[in-house]
Design a protein around this ligand. Structure first.
Ligand SMILES: C[S@@+](CC[C@H](N)C(=O)[O-])C[C@H]1O[C@@H](n2cnc3c(N)ncnc32)[C@H](O)[C@@H]1O
Length: 304
């Protein structure tokens, strides 16, 4: 289940990786980004933000949400995707377990969308004045948040989403998954990746549809975004770590990203180690988008 205490210091400047990402431009989105091969050199120079926006757009497009529909954005972070839904005419509610994220979401987007602190794996009956009653939502969106929930939390989230959706409603779940059910401890022996992002395990990608079926969903589509998201991010990480390993490289990075001048030698060593640990874990991870429909007629299972 979500653990706000453990998560509370994630996504902030306590972690050198998040400090670096902030200096590279991370702002209202906290997703990895969707990179195409021709745009990789652009990403190396422009930073990740345009690619994070592209991933958000792709994820939201899978919802097929229409103006006037009620949409829950679970694990909304700083509210960017929730605000996009609101801008498209939806009645959008963003929830996140971290009060600091919701504070920022309200400050940035509170005029257009509603936000509440809530655990997506154990939703309250009401949030931001909106009742979360059975069958009351048209769509649920969850972009890159469920890896935090733990296995049982992911099961609970699927059940909660199913309960909340009207018949014919849709859950779009985009998550970092694993290729194997090999314990993550063997892949991240020093716990650097897990400590940075505050998670315990990843769901094997083949298990999600089974869990979704257990909750009552029909799997409409499964999209494997491992290459455009993880593999290309790994290439950028390798470039960053390689460049940051030399004095001249660090100077070049600081010229392009002046905020990086605040890093001391220990910070640089730490961020290189963390980035390399991400590359190691990246060999057995996948990035998967699941389009899960609540059947309109009560029939469940995998779509033909
Ligand atoms: C990688 S960020 C993604 C944020 C946002 N979806 C985006 O794409 O920018 C993951 C978010 O999930 C949130 N989160 C983790 N566990 C949660 C839970 N049990 N309930 C609600 N939010 C949770 C974190 O606080 C964090 O803001």
């Amino acid at each position: 289940m979500g653990d706000s205490g453990n998560l509370a210091s994630a996504y902030n400047d306590d972690s050198v990786l998040f400090r670096v990402l902030r200096h590279l431009g991370w702002d209202s989105l906290a997703d990895i980004g969707y990179f195409t091969l021709p745009t990789l050199p652009v990403a190396a120079l422009a930073g990740p933000v345009p690619f994070q926006r592209r991933l958000a757009r792709r994820s939201l497009a899978l919802l097929d949400a229409r103006p006037g529909q009620l949409v829950l954005d679970a694990g909304c972070g700083r509210g960017d995707t929730t605000a996009r839904l609101a801008a498209a005419g939806c009645r959008a509610l963003g929830v996140d377990i971290q009060p600091a994220q919701i504070d920022q979401a309200r400050r940035r987007f509170g005029d257009s969308a509603r936000f509440a602190v809530a655990d997506a794996t154990a939703l309250p009956r009401r949030a931001a004045e909106i009742p979360l009653t059975d069958g009351s939502f048209d769509q649920v969106h969850c972009l890159e948040a469920a890896f935090h929930f733990g296995h049982e939390g992911r099961r609970s989230f699927l059940s909660e989403s199913f309960r909340l959706l009207r018949p014919g409603g849709r859950l779009v779940l985009v998550d970092v998954t694993s290729r194997t059910d090999q314990p993550i401890g063997t892949l991240d022996p020093n716990g650097l990746v897990r400590a940075t992002w505050r998670f315990d395990d990843l769901e094997p990608c083949e298990r999600y549809p089974l869990m979704a079926a257990d909750a009552g969903f029909t799997t409409r589509r499964i999209l494997d975004w491992t290459t455009p998201v993880l593999h290309r991010a790994a290439q950028l990480c390798a470039l960053f770590a390689g460049t940051a390993s030399t004095r001249a490289g660090r100077q070049a990075l600081c010229l392009r990203w002046p905020g990086l001048r605040t890093l001391d030698a220990q910070d640089w060593d730490e961020v290189i180690a963390v980035v390399r640990a991400h590359r190691a874990i990246g060999r057995v991870t996948r990035y998967t988008a699941y389009v899960l429909d609540k059947p309109a007629d009560g029939v469940t299972g995998v779509a033909p």
